[in-house]
Design a protein around this ligand. Sequence first.
Ligand SMILES: [Mg+2]
Length: 278
Amino acid sequence: MRPAVFLDRDDTLIVNRELTLRPGERAGDMADPDRVQLLEGALDGCRWLKRAGFRLVIFSNQGIVARGGATLVDVDATNDRVCDLLRDEQGEPLIDAVYYCPFHPDGSVSGFSREHHWRKPAPGMIHQAVEDLGLDLARSWVVGDAPRDLDAGRHAGIDESRLILLDEQTPNLASAALRILSAIAPRERASLSLLAERPGALDDQRIAATVRSSAEALAERTGIRLLSVSIEDDRAEIELEGSEFVAVGFAAELRRLTNAWHRRQFDSSLWPAPAVEP
Ligand SMILES: [Mg+2]
């Protein structure tokens, strides 16, 4: 039996609250495949988790159906679009299953206007996925941006330490994935190395200090133990406790964070685009 990561959809995998509302739309409602936009870190996070052996299951409340804002067909099309965007490097789909709850007690559409055991914070969708996919619930995790996502996992009996809320500490799925990988990794020594795009870039003390402090902050946020950080010549070499999976993810996140800072400061990238990952 394989463990799963249960992933909320809106504002965990795709942009929702930042979307401009259309006339008649309620905040949070989104059932249009053309407006699906992956959040930063969503694709990387899914790829790392899948590579580490997790099944990936989306579970989403879609009370919009009960309120008459969209049909099941609309929601299915939107979910299909999300799954279509989440693929591995070979083009294989990453998401194993999608569950959503179209019911809502305050709805207006007959047949859907009631409470339902699938509606988060109830654990119905998790139970169904465990039954359908034969999942190892004791080793499974939940990632979501709302307390009800975590409550659903809690009610299903998933340990508190495996419920991850996206917030300032864990701002996106890539960070959440790093936390998960770090928690399950054997305590081995793993290393990573980043080579600056422009020779001499790391001689600038401010840049070197930012790389160092970003690595320390990322480690702190994700529960990864750094063993050493050395910045010499044009290279940042980092040793950490974890696995190769963790090192690959850590390198990608550190590259993203420090590139974003460098672009704001100097209008250029610090590191080149990543080479193909193993
Ligand atoms: Mg959400």
